[in-house]
Design a protein around this ligand. Sequence first.
Ligand code: GLN
Ligand code: ZN
Length: 757
Amino acid sequence: MTKNTIKAHILGYPRVGAKRELKFALESFWRGESCAETLQASAQALRENHWKKQQAAGLAFVTANDFSLYDHVLDCCVLFGATPKRFCEKAAANELEYFALARGNAAQPAMEMTKWFDTNYHYIVPELNENTQFTINAHDYLRQIDEAQKLSKNVKPVLLGPVSFLYLSKAHGINKLDLLDNLSRQYAVLLQEIHAKKIEWLQIDEPVFALDLDDTWLKAFERAYAYLRGTRPKLLLTTYFANVSRYQAYITRLPVDGIHIDLVRAPEQLGPWVNAIPSHWVLSVGVIDGRNIWRNDLDKTLALLEPWVKRLGERLWIAPSCSLLHTPVTLAHENMLDAEIKSWLAFADEKLDELRIIGLALNHGVESVTNELAISRIAIASRNNSNRVHNPLVEARMSRLNTLNENRGSEFSVRQQTQRKRLNLPLLPTTTIGSFPQTPDIRATRAAYKKGEISQHKYHADMESHIAYAISEQESLGLDVLVHGEAERNDMVEYFGEQLAGYAFTQNGWVQSYGSRCVKPPVIYGDVHRPLPMTVATASFAQSLSTKPVKGMLTGPVTMLQWSFVRNDQPRETTALQLALAIRDEVDDLQQAGIAIIQIDEPAFREGLPLQKAAWAHYLAWAVRAFKLSASVANNDTQIHTHMCYSEFNDILPAIAAMDADVITIETSRSAMELLDGFGEFAYPNEIGPGVYDIHSPRVPSVEAMEKLMKRAIEVIPVERLWINPDCGLKTRGWSETRQALMNMVEVAKKLRLLLS
Ligand code: GLN
Ligand code: ZN
């Protein structure tokens, strides 16, 4: 019988809790309904639960400090005393001050937030400047280690590495790397303190290795890690989301004790790493998909690993590809999921079990897990052979894709004239991005309907009254282009997924998006198509209530793809094009029902961009094609809007222009219109609505503040092509602040129209 000592571990566990306990604890604290102690107790209970699960799976470590009350990058700012001076300095000691950084308060707008690599998780962007002085506030960090050590001798804390921290930050007026030495010295001190706790291994995350790094940044690693040579735990340098073997020459020179690589995204890097790894390093291989929910093909994984077990012995570790932050917690409470589809899936807890099985098989031989492997084989075979995955009609339509015209009937300038005639809008039209506050009442109605507690008739009547309310509010505010408010949508992707074939849903498959915000990505398991119209009745009802145009509101194919768990048995682009055809059918039906403006949201368009530039062109080509396919069925006088937010757009402007939407609304207020500069320089040809109102903050923006932003916008974009709108949807806001903010926004439009006439 084989006896190896291969260690199994995870890089991080989801924070939200199987029933979103963290979300509810946070929101209750924010509403002032519970105290800081209660919040901290909930957080502690969650951590303990996560650690116990790791112990139960027989992992070699429990992973600590992967938890955060809001975001781990924000925590790193607090840990190293790098919180912006415009906030109170007590963020390390006071929960309210800590959350003010992320959410803003009456005096200050929040810190910026942006997407974590190519995921839908958002991190708080550190703000650094010449006055940034790093210190250490490690009390919380060390306390979490103590907490974990009460449960386990083998605690592996996680820390975001110094180079990634700087790289992911925004520096004003200085070169970020000027701060590297100072910061690294603080890391060295912290490492000593961690060492004093008898921690053997520290996981130091350097995810920026997934990006295209220039020489300066690569050299920064050597400089930073040189400070970390003193007393410290052993360091496992973790990389994920990409092949990092091209940086091998730099990485292997670092004074660390091992590396973690992602073999799900980049299996081809295994060989190069086994061959080049320093002889005293461990190699942690990420073999279980931390980004998707498909059951692992255990036979395949074992076959992949077996040759290396002998060669590396106990220097081989196994893990999921990345933190499980990006997967839901457990299948245990999924009672509604179709049994066959459920057998194809693995969430975080099931992935822990897969790790356990792989670990046992490698350490004690496959005989020790005969039953587990048999169950796994049945599930894998069932998915491979299921006729629920393949739909001949969809596949036939896909084979005729080339016969469809991807372009609109006429070029933009012609369409613009036709649309102006039809819509007759004022200069600087005002609009919103789609959703209005999702009040407790709305949520309760949706929940009651889902549980079968109210009839369909009652549900529709309630939803219509919410729509009518949103319309009448917008009418009295004097907005020019209205929306129905999206009361019926729990989530912009799930809502459509539920009506499309090829999709499955979970009850509790929540994944953290930012702070307390979670999304429940649906699962695309088979060929996608649209059996029936999805939004036509709602859009027509909303339009019947007003003489002003009410936008039809759709989620675009790229965002549908990006925010779903997608098939791993066909290329992403194939799934995107199937989605595009489904949305196209809906656009056509909406315009035939008389809807004059249709917004196809693509907030995740940028997020789908590969991390490495070499792969951009291919992605952009199919993503633009998917959007255009969904929109090109629109007649010239149907105005197509799109919306994007919380991304860096400037480097993909040609692709955004190629999408050829008549109007794009984008989020710009947090960066004070900085984002718009690119659109100006590039001479973006169509109409744009730059966001003037940061919807993540309860702060009501003043007329003056928004006017100033619009004046900046007018300097960059010809005023005839500008719209005025918030940054994004208003679903997370309350009505009273929304009303006030929009009143101010409409006031800005009126003032500017007067000024310009
Ligand atoms: N129409 C959506 C809304 O307003 C857009 C949301 C988004 O961009 N994420 O909620
Ligand atoms: Zn948005």
